[in-house]
Design a binder for this molecule. Sequence first.
Ligand SMILES: O=C(O)CCC(=O)C(=O)O
Ligand SMILES: [Fe+2]
Length: 213
Amino acid sequence: MNPLFEAINFVENALYEQIISDIGNQQYSIIDNFFTSEEVHILRQTLIEKHEEDAFKKAAIGNRVNETIVKSIRGDVILWIDERNADAKECLFFDKINDLVAYLNRTCFLGILNKEFHYALYPKGTFYKRHIDTFQNDDRRKLSFVCYLNEDGWLPENGGELVLYLTEKEKEVEKTIYPFPGRVVIFESQIIEHEVKPVNKERLSITGWLKTR
Ligand SMILES: O=C(O)CCC(=O)C(=O)O
Ligand SMILES: [Fe+2]
């Protein structure tokens, strides 16, 4: 172990170190099995229950000050999660997120002081066109975080790939990521354009942002 880490009684976490080095090198990180299949199951059930309660509303483009619904751009329905009122199942989610955030703040000086998360459900036939996750009037989002809650055995032909548009040697390259259950994708909100390809089967996730304020 690095002697400096030892001196401040710090336990290095190999997974988090991988995430940090991925983001440093390529501006994104893909983590399979960040959530176990049991955790995915619990969170998926919670999402489905809330959806059935009709708590979701049509996802809006823009932030809460400036909301408009444009189905030609995105077709998912979302429900914001209030951490202060999180139930036991949602705490399972936030415990993992908060552990990661504490590590990032301790090791990377990212200054993540705030976060926001929502459930998202993409009905069959919907998509989210190419976009960037920061608003014109708000640049507090630093890292975007998506966690997929689909059922085991999700197939590539179900569609709904997340495509990141990256720049390599001054050329644009596409990185296609399948929304496999338990998989988490983290990327730089202010840099990486991305889109969700049309889904052929209902697609479930939690999406969020780690923010500076
Ligand atoms: O679900 C995904 O893979 C990405 C969603 C997204 O880009 C967003 O909600 O801003
Ligand atoms: Fe996005």
